[in-house]
Design a protein around this ligand. Structure first.
Ligand code: PLP
Length: 400
């Protein structure tokens, strides 16, 4: 394909790391996963990092952990404020644990939660905000953090799309009480499948660690506050304290993760160089609304979003056909507006105000890929194709 949505970020180092693990015979979780976790925690300046089998598993284990805290656990029926655009498995654990979701619209420019709606969304049952930085672009995490602190709410930060991004010099994925990352193919680093739960809260870490492996105590330190170790080793080896999962990663993923993490900064830098070209081609063109960073934000540019200006009569189908002919891959922005999916009928939810921008992004948006390699020819071609496909309608304003 001329311009694909995603491509491999692996080199020789990752292949050699896989081979070493295969040669060792230890394919299930072991020292490589542990080292990846240590490297990850150091890199992001968090106390604890827990590798799991996917970003979705990170969200599941993370939400589950909040239900078993000693003080102020989440409870069924509690309300959680969520953005209307995110990935499906941002929302699923919330539904599965019986939370009531309150959806807020997004900003058209950042595609992140419209935080001006937070205060009016608050009720006596509100317990948590889920913040998602969409496609590398930092959400207003400082504002959301302050809101949560003011009202004694948990902040769950789903940072699965934005590894390497920062806001006011602080890394995304370090603002939440509990934060999650994905290392799926096409993400900023790739371990095939994989995810990380990051937190400074040792109790939450121990809960998530137990949840990751059957809800047992085996991986917990003796001084953990979430259980009292008994002297009977026979029983302790298979002692279950929480209704957990098996969300463990493979050792192979840990070994690849160690190599990928070393390359993260360089890969993000290359993504940012591509982004500078994308911006120079598309900014200040009223036909196209492209994703914007808020002041103080540094996106790690997962991809390049375009929303066809709803005030202009440009048909998305025409644009998509032109991209298809030009062999350019494109797709819906993240999962589009979640409220538009059939699965929402299983949720206990409502909306806070009107959901306008998430629907515009759903109906008039798409994204093309960003990669950790130079995309000059792809982006220039993409621009030519869009410029031509949208040219006929240039300036024909319709009412919306
Ligand atoms: C915001 C968000 N959360 C969670 C996930 C789930 O991650 P994974 O695909 O690793 O399960 C994704 C996937 O891309 C995502 O975009």
């Amino acid at each position: 394909m001329f311009y694909e949505l995603a491509s491999s970020s692996w080199g020789e180092e990752e292949i050699r790391a896989l081979q070493r693990v295969i040669d060792s015979g230890q394919l299930t979780i072991g020292d490589h996963v542990r080292r990846f976790e240590d490297d990850f925690a150091r890199k992001f300046g968090v106390r604890h990092a827990l590798m799991v089998s996917s970003g979705s598993a990170a969200n599941l284990v993370g939400v589950a952990a909040l239900f078993y805290k000693k003080d102020r656990p989440l409870q069924r029926g509690d309300e959680v404020l969520v953005p209307s655009i995110s990935w499906a498995t941002t929302y699923y654990p919330l539904q599965q644990y019986g939370l009531r979701l309150r959806f807020l619209d997004v900003e058209l420019e950042s595609l992140n939660m419209d935080t001006s709606q937070l205060e009016r969304a608050l009720t006596p049952r509100t317990r948590m905000v889920v913040a998602v930085s969409i496609l590398g672009n930092p959400a207003a995490l400082d504002r959301i953090r302050a809101f949560c602190d003011r009202h004694d709410l948990y902040l769950f930060e789903d940072n699965c799309e934005s590894m390497g991004a920062s806001l006011n010099g602080k890394m995304c994925g370090t603002f939440g009480d509990i934060c999650t990352f994905s290392t799926f193919f096409s993400h900023h680093i790739s371990t095939m499948e994989g995810g990380v739960v990051a937190t400074d809260d040792t109790e939450l870490y121990h809960l998530a660690r137990s949840m990751r492996a059957h809800g047992w105590t085996r991986d917990l330190p003796e001084d953990s506050t979430i259980f009292d170790k008994r002297p009977d080793d026979f029983f302790e080896a298979y002692r279950f304290i929480l209704p957990g999962y098996n969300a463990r990663p493979l050792e192979l993923s840990g070994a690849v993760g160690i190599e990928q993490l070393k390359k993260l900064d360089t890969m993000v830098e290359i993504r940012r160089r591509n982004a500078a070209l994308f911006q120079s081609l598309f900014a200040n063109d009223e036909r196209f609304i492209i994703q914007q960073e808020r002041p103080g934000a540094r996106s790690s540019w997962f991809s390049f979003t375009v929303i066809l200006n709803p005030a202009l009569d440009i048909e998305r189908g025409t644009v998509m056909r032109a991209m298809k002919e030009a062999d350019i891959g494109y797709r819906i922005i993240t999962g589009g507006c979640f409220l538009r999916h059939d699965v929402v009928k299983y949720f206990d939810y409502d909306t806070v105000g009107e959901i306008v921008n998430a629907n515009i992004a759903h109906d008039r948006g798409f994204f093309v890929g960003n990669h950790p390699r130079d995309l000059t020819s792809q982006l220039e071609r993409f621009h030519q194709v869009l410029d031509r496909a949208a040219a006929r309608r240039r300036g024909s304003v319709v009412s919306v």
